[in-house]
Design a protein around this ligand. Sequence first.
Ligand SMILES: [Mg+2]
Ligand SMILES: [Zn+2]
Length: 192
Amino acid sequence: MTRAAPRPTVFLDRDGTLNREVGFVTDPDRLELLPGVPAAVHRLADAGYRLVVVTNQSGIARGLYDERTLAAIHERLATLLDHRIEAFLHCPHHPDGGHGYGGACECRKPAPGLLHQAHDLLGCAFQGGWLIGDSARDVLMARGLPLRTVLVRCGKPVDNELQKLRAAACTPDHVVEDLLAAAAIVAPAFAT
Ligand SMILES: [Mg+2]
Ligand SMILES: [Zn+2]
């Protein structure tokens, strides 16, 4: 008897990928979805992917908001996306931060810690999976893992991010306008 391959996962960055990049989202009301995001999320989930958000939230270490507020922000985001996101994993740390979250950690992107959390806590497999984000550090966190990467242009200025990637000798598999364009590539590639 053969075991079915695990469902692949699409790991999604949050700020600049799902919602507008505004520096720090400090309040659920400041969360503004980017155009096409609900349709893109449905398309990815309907294709069969598990969807997990992986996000740096150093605003916690900076004292701009707390875990409770972040949970409320993610609850709102989950609702706006019809509960098709399976989990929201975040790094609350910052090297220069405080509030109990200072110092080095293994989960601040580009470190791959949040991906390993998804593997260890949720059983997410990397094979056949994707990572979609607007920053060089999103693409970099997937290095060494069997994930394909998509850089979206709807967040941070993309030329800067591509320059950082060139400096790190790392190339995203695709560079596209937004999450909807990413979904048009990723959804048909399910189980390939
Ligand atoms: Mg981002
Ligand atoms: Zn961390």
